[in-house]
Ligand binder design. Structure first.
Ligand code: TRP
Length: 335
């Protein structure tokens, strides 16, 4: 990958099961659009994934699937760096050093740590607590200036900034202090189909609450038909109508239509017609992505080669930062 003066942008997604259309709209769909403007580095965060229990065979499969999904969504390995986190040892190495400038209290009070500890009470492990430091390492290794983050990762980005500044103060200028990348336009937040006051999440116990990127057409339409909607019958965005507002957002995200356009389109029509239209729009939009992903998954040699190249390119950049860090902290380098 040629080096340019463009700003670096880093993001990652965990290969921990199904990817929902919420993840797609909120993150992955935009990844491809960012490749022109920034030097993008995208990772499949398998090291993060094992902080909660994973079935090893499923983790392997999900890693390959996520890689194929990234590519199917238009991420171009010629334009950016796409790799699997565990293929680049520098992530773990930098995490160790950063651990020595992190206070346990900073980690134990993280909202996500508290939530996950409650949810996985039988498996509260050090990795779960250290998860944000690994994220900090991901970002700082590449001197990323921008990190697209959803609301649930904001605290982790704050920690990234804190640790970068702390390290720079203690050891001298080493890391770029990153900013959150807030997408222009409406970075629609997709809510649960079963409870539109909550975020759509693949860890929801009710599979009708979310649509995954691999759901087939009938499943998608059925889930949209079953989506919880509000009293009334008008297709209109309103705070009192979180269910219909969410469906309007989903429809907009997949058709490019504004809420006003959608309201006009469904004027005089009921919820039933609208829900079917939403399901069809989602299914139509996902069909080509699903087909391309299936095609890629049949070509494992190609996927392996993309991962190998991605890891090589990532490792080259990461090494540079890690060498600097090792020098700064006083590790004897034999020179
Ligand atoms: N923790 C992020 C998530 O679950 C994934 C992630 C890992 C990440 N490392 C990152 C996101 C670095 C942004 C930057 O969504």
């Amino acid at each position: 990958m040629p080096e340019t003066e463009k700003k670096k942008l880093f993001s990652a997604v965990q290969p921990s099961g199904a990817v929902t259309v919420g993840n797609y709209i909120g993150a992955i769909k935009n990844f491809a659009a960012l490749q022109g403007e920034y030097d993008c580095i995208y990772a499949v965060a398998d090291l993060h994934a094992i902080t909660v229990r994973q079935e090893p065979a499923a983790l392997r499969r999900n890693t390959l699937e996520l890689m194929a999904l990234f590519l199917a969504c238009g991420i171009d390995p010629q334009k950016c760096i796409l790799f699997v986190q565990s293929h680049v040892p520098a992530h773990c190495e930098l995490t160790w050093v950063l651990n020595t400038v992190t206070y346990p209290g900073e980690l134990s009070r993280m909202t996500q740590f508290k939530d996950k500890s409650a949810k996985h009470a039988d498996n509260v492990n050090m990795g779960l607590m250290d998860y944000p430091v690994l994220m900090v390492a991901d970002i700082l290794l590449y001197q990323a200036a921008l990190v697209p983050v959803g609301a649930d990762q904001k605290q982790h980005l704050e920690l990234t900034r804190d640790l970068a500044v702390r390290f720079n103060n203690r050891y001298g200028e080493t890391f770029t202090v990153p900013d959150a990348y807030i997408p222009s336009g409406s970075g629609a937040k997709i809510m649960s189909l079963a409870d539109p006051t909550r975020k759509m999440s693949k860890s929801d116990e009710n599979p009708n609450a979310y649509i995954t990127m691999s759901d087939d057409r009938d499943t998608i339409i059925r889930k949209c038909k079953r989506a919880v909607t509000d009293s009334g019958s008008e297709v209109r965005v309103s705070e009192e109508k979180p269910g219909i507002s969410n469906l309007i957002a989903i429809y907009g995200a997949f058709t490019g239509k504004t809420a006003a356009e959608t309201e006009r389109e469904f004027e005089g029509k009921g919820y039933g017609d609208f829900k079917i239209a939403v399901g069809e729009a989602v299914a139509d939009a996902l069909a080509p992505v699903q087909a391309e992903k299936a095609r890629l998954l049949k070509d494992k040699a190609y996927l392996n080669e993309i991962m190998r190249q991605g890891a090589e390119n990532a490792a080259r950049l990461a090494r540079r930062t890690l060498s600097k860090v090792y020098r700064k902290v006083g590790f004897y380098r034999g020179e």
